[in-house]
Design a protein around this ligand. Structure first.
Ligand code: UDP
Length: 379
């Protein structure tokens, strides 16, 4: 009866469900949680503020196709994300840019560093700090060391629970110096938030007669693998299975657990109109939390109070907390490869998404990947 079975109703699973359903296929979408939209899930809280239950999710893309696709399911609230980082007690703009230079250094030094950066790098470019660190120029080395110490090092140790040499280049590339005065966190062409939230967007996406959604359902309850075959409701299933969960779970962790990093998300109500000077303020150096998000500054709301979220990174323990980030150590990558080899024995299973592919996908990346998977399978 079903031609496509999808495990997980996050962004990857939901986009694929919609794509296949719209092409006339019958889709069964199975979700363990009580809600759709995965970690993009948002809801209006007791203060009347739209909060992101699994941490801040900011949409940005350069891809017009993705923008147009999502625009079929939502209106937008135009929004440029802003982040500050507290350095020596003072919140300053991130990514580190010329405005930040002038906030942290005396004018003569800031001017000198600005001129040197402009000589060496193209205006508007983002230079990862590790690249800046390689500069021969002594002033730029000083700047790279400063940013490394004050913004990257302690934040990343907290966030990943690893020493900096074990943290992947894919992560450090996310901490650049921006050559210019653009205080926006992202420079993409399209930046906005779904006006009524991601959950509503995904609900619209899944509102299709060809999609049957099962919430509160662990995939083990309805399907299992025997030999190289898939059994659905105890009958052999010859359609396509799209799996967006943790790959180790699909194979009963037979090669051990894949490590992920978790976060303890602590929401607080503050009895003030506005709590902080930017929607997100990072605390690289003090406190056990990494950052504070103030959702009212992302989704405007009229309330005398404000809701903030403090993120406390922690070890992921299966069944106790959520697996947010894959950890890219060499051991973890090797373990993933074993599962990936196991997966390749199954002709009709495709792994998609941050958990299943063990990749640090942004929202637009995962949608792009879902489109590619759909194109490769839909013939
Ligand atoms: N990072 C950092 N200092 C900061 C912000 C980010 O060192 O003030 C590093 C850190 O390793 C983090 C990575 O950059 O894990 C990506 O951070 P970002 O906030 O962009 O990503 P998110 O956690 O929202 O996916």
């Amino acid at each position: 009866m079903f031609e496509i079975v999808i495990i997980g109703a996050g962004m990857a699973g939901s986009v694929l469900a919609e794509r296949f359903a719209s092409s006339g296929k019958k889709v069964l979408l199975i979700e363990r949680r009580q809600h759709i939209a995965g970690n993009c899930y948002d809801e209006v809280d007791g203060n009347g503020i739209l909060i992101h239950k699994y941490g801040p999710h900011l949409f940005h893309t350069d891809d017009a196709q993705i923008w147009e696709y999502l625009s079929r399911f939502t209106e937008w609230h135009l929004y440029f994300h802003k982040v500050k980082a507290v350095i020596d007690g003072k919140p300053v703009p991130l990514p580190f840019n010329f405005n930040t230079l002038h906030e942290v250094f005396p004018p003569s030094l800031a001017d000198k560093l600005e001129a040197t950066l402009l000589e060496r790098f193209e205006y508007g470019k983002k230079i990862p700090i590790l690249e800046l660190k390689k500069s021969v120029d002594k002033d730029l080395q000083f700047l790279a060391d400063f940013i490394y110490e004050k913004i990257f090092l302690h934040y990343s140790e907290k966030q990943w629970g690893l020493s900096p040499d074990k943290i992947s280049g894919a992560v450090t590339a996310r901490v650049p110096v921006l050559i210019g005065r653009d205080d926006r966190y992202f420079q993409d062409k399209f930046q906005a938030m779904p006006k009524f939230g991601y959950t509503k967007l995904v609900r619209n996406m899944l509102d299709h007669k060809n999609i049957k959604l099962l919430l509160n359902t662990d995939f083990h309850e309805v399907m299992n693998l025997r030999g190289e075959e898939i059994y659905l409701f105890d009958k052999k299933f010859d359609g396509r299975l799209i799996y967006t969960g943790q790959l180790d779970e699909l194979f009963d962790k037979k090669f051990g657990e894949l490590p992920y990093r978790s976060i303890d998300m602590k929401f607080e109500t503050v009895d003030e109109e506005i709590f902080q000077s930017a929607p997100v303020v990072n605390y690289p150096n003090n406190y056990d939390f990494t950052r504070i998000t103030e959702f009212k500054q992302i989704h405007p709301a009229k309330s005398p109070r404000t809701t903030i979220l403090k993120e406390f990174p922690q070890e992921y323990v299966a069944g106790k907390n959520e697996p947010y980030y894959p950890i890219f150590t060499d051991e973890a990558k090797a373990a993933y490869e074993k599962y990936s080899a196991e997966l390749s024995r199954f002709k009709n299973i495709t792994a998609v998404g941050r958990l299943a592919e063990y990749r640090y996908y942004d929202i637009d990346d995962v949608i792009k990947r879902a489109f590619e998977v759909f194109d490769s399978l839909n013939h």
